[in-house]
Design a protein around this ligand. Structure first.
Ligand code: BTN
Length: 290
């Protein structure tokens, strides 16, 4: 079944298993149909060998009425999407590529906070399992030793000023060898395998992500934006540094001093002006991925 034919109601009826599936061998079971759904903690996880983009499938499920918490996980994406209209390329069976569908009752201005939350959750989950020191480069790149381990892309559908659903896509480089990365990102990308020296279990990383996500997302719903800022700051490597904002042809330099209530990076320029950086890319200097 291609993702275009994917029908949430039919899939749930046909493939839903009402208990936690023990996951180690999921992808060795060659007979599993595309869209087969398993349960990790409280999340329904729809499994695919190949899709265009897990974000696209999750958005389609969002339009079809799939419940909040639904996760779409694929072993390969033929058209993986990155921030700022870039591609996200990852060879089959190397990366952990998934998207989570949520339906928070929040104003659209607060949606960027969800990517900060996701970055903090990912950093915590990766750190718990690998013991590696991971840091967040604003807004949501996860770096190890200055190289990019993970990217996050949020896409939303809203009605008037309120989110109908938000899809957050996460790509973690788990088992990549250096040659698995496109040539242009080889110097600036890394994987858990390259950092740890052994092959990791993508299922375990997904399970840990979902466990940590449930904990922090519920806290965010109760406590609001200050909670997100608190956990993001705990894992960030951006604040206090001199940064360069890359805004098309223009660039602005200054010190990253804080995060606004909507998730913008606050930068103090040498002239003392505070610049609110929202959709741009930033550089932390030559030792860091940009
Ligand atoms: C970035 O540019 O840093 C964001 C990359 C996000 C990639 C992930 S992989 C799973 C999900 N599906 C996509 O098409 N993109 C996100």
């Amino acid at each position: 079944m291609s993702h275009n034919e994917f029908n949430w109601g039919r899939s749930m009826g046909a493939y839903f298993i009402p208990r936690t599936y023990q996951t180690g061998s999921i992808f060795q079971k060659r007979c599993l149909p595309e869209g087969y759904t398993v349960k990790f903690f409280n999340s329904q996880v729809a499994l695919f060998r190949q899709v265009t983009s897990t974000n696209l499938v999750a958005k389609q499920l969002g339009n079809d009425g799939a419940p909040a918490g639904t996760v779409v996980w694929s072993q390969y994406q033929s058209a993986g999407r990155g921030r700022l209209k870039r591609h996200w390329d990852s060879p089959p069976d190397r990366g952990l590529l998934f998207s989570i569908l949520i339906r928070p009752k929040i104003n659209i201005q607060k949606i960027p906070l969800l990517t900060l939350l996701t970055a903090a959750v990912t950093a915590e989950a990766v750190n718990r399992l690998s013991n590696l020191s991971v840091g967040i480069k604003w807004p949501n790149d996860i770096l190890i030793n200055g190289k990019k381990l993970c990217g996050i892309l949020a896409e939303s559908s809203f009605y008037r000023n309120e989110a109908d659903y938000v899809v957050i896509g996460i790509g973690i480089n788990v088992n990549h060898e250096r040659s698995d990365f496109p040539a242009e990102v080889q110097p600036t990308a890394t994987s858990l395998r390259l950092e740890l020296g052994y092959v990791g279990s993508r299922v375990r990383y997904l399970q840990e992500f979902i466990r940590v996500w449930n904990m922090h997302y519920n806290q965010f719903l109760h406590k609001g934006e200050d909670y997100v800022r608190e956990i993001w700051i705990k894992h960030n490597i951006t604040l206090g540094r001199e940064v360069t904002v890359l805004n098309g042809e223009q660039s602005i330099q200054g010190k990253a001093t804080g995060i606004s209530s909507y998730g913008a990076l606050l930068i103090e320029t040498p002239g003392g002006k505070i610049y609110e950086c929202m959709a741009d890319d930033i550089s932390l200097g030559k030792e860091y991925y940009r």
